[in-house]
Every structure is written in structure tokens, then in C-alpha cells.
Ligand binder design. Structure first.
Ligand code: NAD
Length: 289
């Protein structure tokens, strides 16, 4: 029978662990880790993500700050907010919720965040550290996927991992992380020729495409472990629902283990954000000593 990977429960466990460490540090007089989340505009999905991040930070005993800017704010006003957060000693992690409205430069904002507070791990300095195996702040979604894979499989050495998607926030860092975990890596993307046949060779299949239910059973080797990163809102029978990039009903019977949507990668992503904020705060308190 297929093992359904319970991302919600694993995330609860990880947040409880982070919370214990926050309390232990508090007893030593270390100030609570502080997470700042910046939201530009009114995108409803982004607003839900931000609300969840703030809620989870509080559960872990951290302080949180939410900064909201209007959708038509200027690049300068957003940069001023980030610069202020860079300076604040009570803020250890800064997350600017993406995507930003089209008139703003995401690249410039990502570069402006102090690398030591870059809890999303998107700053080029942190990307370079990840690529060279020295990273401390690793992008949350791939980090959550790795954690689930290691719990499911144990040692990943020699496994063939196929990652579908090559975005900077999921596909590429996932490939780097799994490479460091000694997997053999193939990245399949929109220009790949016969990606399906390549995916079918995978022991580990990670789908991060943004196409609802693209991956069906014809993409999957029986016994593979399938991680579905996709979060897609679709209309089905007149109702709005969330589906992944994997057709769960068709793939689950063939997989050794699979993550559901919702309740898989999503909650683990947020839990890893808390972990990264703790790591950033620990580093700050060490360098202050
Ligand atoms: P993206 O749009 O930036 O990248 C998608 C990638 O898929 C591209 O590299 C593209 O080359 C590839 N692709 C597109 N069509 C393809 C096809 N037919 N075959 C093979 N490859 C194809 O997306 P992203 O930011 O990486 O996000 C991917 C999905 O993951 C989205 O559904 C997004 O909502 C979701 N997501 C979830 C979380 C989470 O916390 N669970 C976090 C980030 C993104």
C-alpha cells in the first residue's frame, strides 16, 4: 500500500521542535527570533500565505511583524521598508512575499535583503553558498521536500531524482540539495524532449511545474516516491479546489509514497521558514557575542 506523507503532521512536529529551542534560548536570555513579512498589494492567495506564516511564527514563540504596502507603491518605498528591516536588531528574518506587482523589480528587492536575514534563501549570495555546499539559509520549499524524502527513504545516496521544473525558488535549489544528498539528478523542464520518459526512470520524482495534474501514472515508475510541490486553484464541478501538479488519484496507486495537496509540501514549507528564522537568530546572537 502507498504511504501518504503527512506534511501537516511533520510540519507540526518541526514547529514544536523550533518552539522548544526558542524557549530554551529564552531561558538563556537570548531574545526571541523575529520574523518580518512584507506583503505588497491585495492578492488573496498571498494574503493567506502571509497570515499562515505569521500564525505559525507565533506558535513557535517568535515575534512577528507584518508590513503591508499598497499594490501601487513605488520601488523606492518598498526598498525603504526592506532597508529599515535590515537595520532592526529585533528582526532576524525578512520575507518579501512574491510575486510582486509587475512594476516592481523582484530581483532588486531580493538583492537588497541582508543575506544573513534572507530566510527565503533567494539572495544570490545564499544561492551561491547552496551551490557550493556551504549554505545555512536554504529555500524553504526544497528544504521541506528534502526533509520529507529523508524521513521516507533514509539515505538518498545513488537514488535517481528527477525534478520537473527549473524555477529559482523550487526546481533549481531542489536539484542542488538532492545533489548534495548524493542523488543522481535530472531536471526536466518546458523545453525538455520527452520529459515523461525521463521522469519514468526516477526513484524520486519532484513535480514543481504549476500545471494542474500534469503528472499522471504514465510519468511514474512503480515504487517511486512522489513529491508534489504544485498548488493550483481550479474549478471542478462548479467548486474551487486546490490540486497539485500530480494527478493524485491516478499516481497514488503506483507510488511507494506520495505527498497530498493540500497537506503535503505546503505546511512543510512554512515550518522550514520557522526553522530558517531560528537559524538566522542563532547566528545573530553568536556574532553579537
Ligand atoms: P514557475 O512557473 O516559476 O516554474 C515552472 C517550471 O516548470 C518552469 O521551470 C518550466 O520550465 C517548467 N514547466 C512548465 N511546463 C512544463 C511541462 N509541460 N513539462 C515540464 N516542465 C514544465 O513555478 P514555481 O514557482 O516553481 O512553482 C511551481 C508550482 O509549485 C506552482 O504550482 C506553485 O504554486 C507551487 N509552489 C508551491 C509552494 C509550496 O509551498 N508548496 C512553493 C512554491 C511554489
Amino acid at each position: 500500500t502507498t504511504h501518504i506523507i503527512d506534511g501537516k503532521r511533520l510540519a507540526d512536529d518541526l514547529i514544536a521542535e523550533v518552539g522548544n529551542e526558542v524557549r530554551r534560548l529564552a531561558e538563556l536570555g537570548v531574545p526571541a527570533p523575529g520574523l518580518a513579512v512584507v506583503l505588497v498589494g491585495e492578492d488573496p492567495a498571498s494574503a493567506i500565505y502571509v497570515r499562515n506564516k505569521i500564525k505559525r511564527a507565533q506558535e513557535a514563540g517568535m515575534t512577528s511583524i507584518e508590513k503591508r504596502l499598497p499594490a501601487d507603491c513605488t520601488q523606492d518605498s518598498l526598498e525603504a521598508v526592506v532597508e529599515e528591516l535590515n537595520q532592526r536588531a529585533d528582526v532576524h528574518g525578512i520575507l518579501v512575499q512574491l510575486p510582486l506587482p509587475k512594476h516592481l523589480s523582484e530581483e532588486r528587492i531580493i538583492r537588497l535583503i541582508a543575506p544573513s536575514k534572507d530566510v527565503d534563501g533567494f539572495h544570490p549570495e545564499n544561492v551561491g553558498l547552496l551551490a557550493t555546499g556551504q549554505a545555512t539559509l536554504i529555500p524553504c520549499t526544497p528544504l521541506g521536500c528534502l526533509e520529507m524524502l529523508q524521513r521516507e527513504i533514509g539515505d538518498l545516496s545513488g537514488k535517481h531524482a528527477v525534478i520537473v521544473g527549473r524555477s529559482n525558488i523550487v526546481g533549481k535549489p531542489m536539484a542542488n540539495l538532492l545533489l548534495q544528498a548524493n542523488c543522481t539528478i535530472t531536471v526536466v523542464h518546458s523545453r525538455s524532449v520527452n520529459g515523461k520518459a525521463i521522469a519514468r526512470q526516477a526513484d524520486i520524482l519532484v513535480a514543481a511545474v504549476g500545471v494542474p495534474e500534469l503528472v499522471d501514472e504514465t510519468w511514474v515508475k512503480p515504487g517511486a516516491v512522489v513529491i508534489d510541490v504544485g498548488i493550483n486553484a481550479i474549478e471542478k464541478a462548479g467548486k474551487r479546489r486546490l490540486v497539485g501538479d500530480v494527478n493524485y488519484a491516478k499516481v497514488a496507486p503506483y507510488a511507494k509514497a506520495i505527498t497530498p495537496v493540500p497537506g503535503g509540501v505546503g505546511p512543510m514549507t512554512i515550518a522550514c521558514l520557522m526553522k530558517n528564522t531560528l537559524v538566522a537568530a542563532q547566528h545573530a546572537s553568536q556574532s553579537a557575542r
